[in-house]
Structure formats: C-alpha cells, structure tokens
Ligand binder design. Structure first.
Ligand code: PEP
Length: 252
C-alpha cells in the first residue's frame, strides 16, 4: 500500500516570525490530534528560510522541502540554488516544474526533466508537477498534455523511477478556489499511473499527489480516491491549523 504524502508549498510567503509561529501552531495541533501514525508530511519553503525551518522542524514530524533547484551542480548560475546546497540544509524533497515556474520562468519540459534527473542522483525526493490549462481541458487535450509532460521526464529517467513523486496540478485549479472534482482527479491520476505502467513495473508503488485548491473541507474526498496518494497544498498550507486538518484527512 502507498503511504500518503501531504506536502505544503508556501510559494513566496513567510518571514522569520511567521515561520516560527507556524511551527509552534503545527506542533500544538499535531499533538492535540493524537494520531499514532501520520502520513508522510513535508513543507516546501522559500530558499532563504530553509536553514531556519530546518532547525525549527527538528522538533516536528514534518520534513523540509524546497520549491525549485538548479540542474547544474555548481558555478556561474547567478541566483540559482544547487542540490548539494539543499542537501547541506537538510532538505528531503524539492518541487520541480511547478506551473508557476513553467509560466513565469519559461521552464520547458526538457529543463524540468533535467532537474528531475539531477535530483534522482541524490537522496532528495523530486515532486514533479504536471497539469493542463483551462483551455487545454476545454478543448479535450488534458490527456495529451499530461502525456507529453510525463514523457519528457520518463524518457530521461527510464528505467529507474524509484522515489519519483508526481503531482497532478490542473493549472486552472491552482490558487483559484476551483478544485478538480473527485471524478476529474481520479480519471487523470489513473491515466498517469497507466502511462507509468507502460514504462516501469513499479508504477503501483509510485505516489501521485493532487494539487489545486485543496483545503481542509475538500481534502478528505480527494484523498480517499484510489489513485490519489496525497496532496500538494499551496494557500491552505500557510494556515497551520488547516494544514493539520488536511494531514488528519489523509489518515495513514
Ligand atoms: C500549489 O501551489 O502547488 C497549489 C496547489 O496551490 P493552491 O493549493 O493554493 O491551489
């Protein structure tokens, strides 16, 4: 059975005081919850706060994650952050190919694939994001768009997909309050798993997360779907109490 993963994506939010308050509230809420077994949990924070959050999360069962990484090991790449820096700061995961990076930083499928490949050579877990726009969905292109984004990554990784985590994030659902219906989410998740099955016999072991306006109210319905193995949560992860409610909805 696949253990669920609940990962927060803070995007470009936070401050040193916000961060320490968030961790305090999380600690209290998790202990009030009294769950013996938690799903895997992670919070992906802006790079400047990785060090502070790494220290704060020492006393909390939430792993540290980053929001992007360079495919290059080191050198003249001003503004970039390397995998070895993330390892140095204790990050256990990294989001790659978020739709905001694809849209605002023009990251191509190839760039995303190179970042995933570089990450797979470390102990850091890549959480790679795929999703269609509203227009693509309306014109019936959801599966072809997802298949092309997925193929770019699987082509460079095959046959070793161990540790790969996929996040299906319909672009139209991110930060909009529009959530995929359980039927829409399950349909795409099952499609992704079928595509993976054609490439690896371990497809049933790989986690596929849903992301897109997941919140404390809709999490349980989405997380109970057979091919939804967790969530990538933006806005609601900033509200510590809500993030804990989503963790609780995931059970184990
Ligand atoms: C995200 O940024 O990955 C995301 C899913 O955002 P939100 O939950 O706010 O839609």
């Amino acid at each position: 059975m696949r253990k669920k993963l609940i990962a927060g994506n803070w995007k470009m939010n936070g401050s040193q005081s916000f961060n320490s308050d968030w961790v305090k509230v999380i600690q209290g809420a998790l202990s009030d919850l009294g769950m013996k077994h938690l799903p895997d949990t992670m919070v992906c924070v802006p790079s400047p706060y990785l060090s502070q959050m790494g220290a704060l999360l020492q006393s909390c069962p939430i792993a540290l994650g980053a929001q992007d990484v360079s495919a290059h090991p080191k050198g003249a790449y001003t503004g970039e952050v390397s995998l070895s820096m993330l390892e140095d700061l204790g990050a256990e995961g990294v989001i790659i190919g978020h739709s905001e990076r694809r849209a605002y930083h023009f990251e191509s499928d190839l760039t995303v694939a190179q970042k995933v490949k570089a990450t797979m050579a470390t102990k850091i877990t890549p959480i790679v994001c795929f999703g269609e726009t509203q227009e693509q969905r309306q014109s019936g292109q959801t599966q072809s768009v997802i298949a092309a984004q997925l193929k770019a990554v699987t082509d460079v990784l095959a046959p070793d997909f161990d540790r790969l985590v996929i996040a299906y994030e319909p672009v139209w659902a991110i930060g909009t309050g529009l959530t995929a219906t359980p039927e829409q989410a399950q349909e795409v998740h099952a499609f992704i798993r079928a595509q993976l099955s054609a490439k690896t016999c371990h497809a049933n072991a790989l986690k596929i997360l849903y992301g897109g306006s997941m919140n404390a109210q809709n999490a349980a319905a989405l997380l109970s779907l057979p091919d939804v193995d967790g969530g990538l949560i933006g806005g609601a992860s900033l509200v510590a109490q809500d993030f804990v409610k989503i963790i609780a909805s995931a059970g184990v």
